[in-house]
Design a protein around this ligand. Structure first.
Ligand code: CAA
Length: 261
């Protein structure tokens, strides 16, 4: 891979978009490499992913403007689909994905962060959807996910005005969960990922699916989705062990890692 680096440490995998000379902008090759990287994640051992960008300046500065500049209408639509397909794979990936936003998250960069389950950022992060200033709409899910995350009023203001926001404002509107000094960001992401990875894997996966699928339907259907995924956890070794551990009154006992079965 030329532009995507993957590293597994224990139960946490880190994907780094590494195209620093273009501030990690997403061209077709980066999108293809991301797709292949996700397909290659070993889900028997990895329980949480972190997505970040190389360097200290930019997470992802958007889709590649040079590549887009000469596209026809049909090619533009196909490029949008290429990004959307990868981002949807990330959004529906079986295990949680944390975006560690280490700088510019503009256009496709803001959009890829919104395909992740959780966003945390460095204090120099900048978020925005500058597309209308380039003569296009956000095309990798921005018109849909931003409105769902921060509400339609704030999303419309950001998208129509193409105004970028800094980390503190992103925190205030709920686009990110926390802001850290740049040098502490990855440690914070790893700590959060570790706290997720230590919990029962089937239960964590089912929580992700229940939240994601439930948000797409009305409450009557959503609670049925929850009931099925709740029921699915029973009879697993992790459920039996987790509950037996709680019920065991022996104070000397030490909790074993969950086994993913
Ligand atoms: N596409 C292609 N190249 C990009 C890029 C992008 N999105 N963003 C930055 N680069 C390149 C620059 O062209 C420059 O390359 P050269 O050194 O070869 O000239 C290099 O990265 C460094 O960028 P700057 O010199 O511009 O750095 P800066 O510090 O002055 O500015 C910035 C940083 C404010 C992020 C600025 O680069 C910028 O505005 N980038 C574009 C941001 C943007 O508009 N993103 C949205 C793209 S559209 C989109 O994403 C559509 C979609 O929804 C699918």
């Amino acid at each position: 891979m030329e532009f995507v680096v993957y590293e597994a440490k224990g139960a946490v995998g880190t994907i780094t978009i590494s195209r620093e000379k273009a501030l990690n902008a997403l061209n077709s090759q980066v999108l293809e490499e991301l797709d292949q990287t996700l397909d290659a994640v070993d889900l028997s051992t990895i329980r949480c992913l972190i997505l970040t960008g190389a360097g200290e300046k930019s997470f992802v500065a958007g889709a590649d403007i040079g590549e887009m500049s000469t596209l026809t209408k049909a090619e533009g639509e196909a490029f949008g689909k290429k990004g959307n397909d990868v981002f949807r794979k990330l959004e529906t990936f079986p295990i949680p994905v944390i975006a560690a936003v280490n700088g510019f998250a503009l256009g496709g960069g803001c959009e890829i962060s919104m395909s992740c389950d959780i966003r945390i950022c460095s204090d120099n992060a900048v978020f925005g959807q500058p597309e209308v200033g380039l003569g296009i709409t956000p095309g990798f899910g921005g018109t849909q996910r931003l409105a769902r995350l921060v509400g339609p009023g704030m999303a419309k203001q950001m998208i129509y005005s193409a105004r970028n926001i800094k980390a503190d404002e992103a925190l205030r509107i709920g686009l990110v969960n926390a802001v850290y000094p740049q040098e502490e960001l990855m440690a914070a992401a790893e700590k959060l990922a570790g706290s997720i990875a230590k919990n029962a894997p089937i239960a964590v996966r089912n929580c992700k699916k229940a939240i994601n699928d439930g948000l797409e339907v009305d409450m009557d259907q959503a609670i049925v989705i929850e009931e099925k995924l709740f029921g699915d956890c029973f009879e697993t070794e992790d459920q039996k062990y987790g509950m037996a551990f709680f019920l065991d009154k022996n104070k000397e006992k030490v909790k074993e890692p969950f086994k993913n079965c």
